[in-house]
Design a protein. Structure first.
Length: 215
C-alpha cells in the first residue's frame, strides 16, 4: 500500500499543479509518461521495457486519449501490418486438446512479477469472456464465446466449409489487431503469451464439437 501511494503522489502533484495554474502549455500526456517511467522499476519477470509501445499501440493510445477512434486509413494500415505477423500452424493442424485448452483459459498465471520464470503462461480468457456455461465467474469486456463453434455451424473443424472461421479464429487469437485495429484483446500469439500448442488447445475449446463450450 505504501508503495502504491508513493507512486501515485507525483501524478497527483502534477494534476493539482495543473488545477492551480490553469494548465496553460502543460503536456499532460508527456508528464504522465515521465511519471510512469520514473515510478516503475524492473521487478522479477516484469521489466520497464513493457511500457514501450509498438507503433500500433501508440497510435491506438493516442486516439484513445483524444477521445476518438483512429481514422479509417490508419486503421486499415494497422490491420494490414498485423495480418502479416500471423504465424499459421507449422503442421497445418489448427486444433489440439480442448481439455488442455480449458486449463489455459482458466489460468491467469505467468508473466507477472511474482511468477517464476518456469511458470507456464495462461491465457486468462475468462477474465474477459464467458466460455463454458458451467463456469460462473467470467468477465464481460469481450463477447460471450459460449457455443462459439456451434453458432457458426462448425460441425467438423477439418472440413473445407469450416476453414474460413477456423483460420479467422486462429488469426484473432494470434494478433487481434489484424481484424480490429485497436482491439482490447491481448495479442496472445504475437506477444508470445501462449505458444503454438496452447493456441491449438484453445482453438479446440472453441471449435471442437465435443468441447463443453459447444454443447
Amino acid at each position: 500500500m505504501k508503495k502504491t501511494i508513493a507512486m501515485t503522489l507525483p501524478l497527483v502533484a502534477i494534476v493539482l499543479a495543473g488545477c492551480t495554474t490553469g494548465g496553460a502549455g502543460v503536456d499532460y500526456d508527456k508528464l504522465t509518461q515521465e511519471v510512469n517511467k520514473a515510478s516503475f522499476k524492473d521487478h522479477g519477470l516484469v521489466k520497464v521495457e513493457r511500457l514501450n509501445q509498438d507503433q500500433a499501440m501508440a497510435l491506438c493510445s493516442a486516439a484513445d486519449v483524444a477521445g476518438k477512434p483512429v481514422d479509417e486509413q490508419t486503421a486499415k494500415a494497422i490491420e494490414a501490418a498485423a495480418m502479416k505477423t500471423i504465424q499459421w500452424p507449422a503442421d497445418g493442424k489448427f486444433l489440439g486438446d480442448w481439455k488442455e485448452g480449458e486449463k489455459s483459459a482458466q489460468s491467469g498465471r505467468g508473466l507477472t512479477w511474482s511468477d517464476d520464470a518456469k511458470t507456464v503462461n495462461g491465457g486468462n480468457c475468462y477474465n474477459c469472456h464467458q466460455i463454458d456455461a458451467k463456469e460462473i465467474s467470467y468477465g464481460t469486456l469481450g463477447p460471450s464465446l459460449h457455443q462459439y463453434g456451434k453458432l457458426r455451424g462448425v460441425t467438423d473443424p477439418t472440413a473445407a466449409a469450416s476453414q474460413e472461421i477456423v483460420r479467422y479464429t486462429w488469426g484473432k487469437l494470434w494478433n487481434s489487431h489484424a481484424y480490429n485495429a485497436c482491439s482490447n484483446m491481448p495479442r496472445v500469439g504475437h506477444n508470445g503469451i501462449l505458444n503454438e500448442k496452447q493456441l491449438k488447445d484453445i482453438m479446440a475449446l472453441l471449435l471442437d464439437p465435443k468441447s463443453p463450450v459447444n454443447q
